[in-house]
Write a protein that binds this ligand. Structure first.
Ligand code: TYD
Length: 159
């Protein structure tokens, strides 16, 4: 019986190791813009984010709004959570950093989103007035999944 629990523990450790290894290796090139299917209609367009649009099961949806002029959001990386960001109204810039290179992507279309994989530092800035950032996440909220210190993030990428 003890062996059973030890094996389960080893499998869990291996799983965690694999996930963390994955986040060590990701680069800004693993982040990509994805077109969201659009149903055009003279009465107004409609876009749907479901199953095949993002490469994970959606566990959480949240949104940023009423962002004051000049404010910045983000400033962290996620260990295991992937996120898909959409400017459903207005525009903003997403600065991605993998510890090696940096890339800035402007989101300004409600039918195109940015997939941010694990282990990528992101900063959101230059929000237009009335901008709304929709985030479709692969996991529930867990503060343990965040790296909020940039030096710690850089160390985590050097493993
Ligand atoms: P944070 O993820 O740092 O916001 P952003 O990256 O957009 O600047 O979250 C801000 C606060 O909100 C922080 O105290 C955690 C809390 N929060 C939740 O409680 N649940 C959530 O799903 C999210 C995303 C944040």
């Amino acid at each position: 019986m003890a062996g059973f629990f030890k094996n389960r523990r080893l499998i869990k450790d291996l799983h965690t190791f694999e996930k963390n290894t994955l986040m060590d290796k990701t680069t800004v090139n693993d982040c990509k813009l994805i077109d969201i299917p659009k149903i055009e209609d003279p009465r107004g367009n409609l876009s749907v984010i479901e199953k095949d649009v993002v490469p994970y099961n959606i566990k959480r949806v949240y949104y940023l709004y009423d962002v004051p002029g000049g404010a910045e959001r983000g400033g962290h990386a996620h260990k295991n959570t992937q996120e898909f960001l959409v400017a459903i109204s207005g525009s903003f810039d997403v600065v991605l950093n993998d510890g090696d290179s940096q890339q800035t992507i402007t989101l300004n279309r409600p039918y195109r989103g940015l997939l941010i994989t694990t282990g990528i530092w992101r900063e959101l800035k230059n929000f237009s007035s009335g901008a709304v950032c929709l985030v479709v996440a692969s996991d529930v909220y867990d503060e343990e999944d965040y790296i909020r210190d940039f030096e710690e993030f850089l160390s985590s990428k050097k493993v």
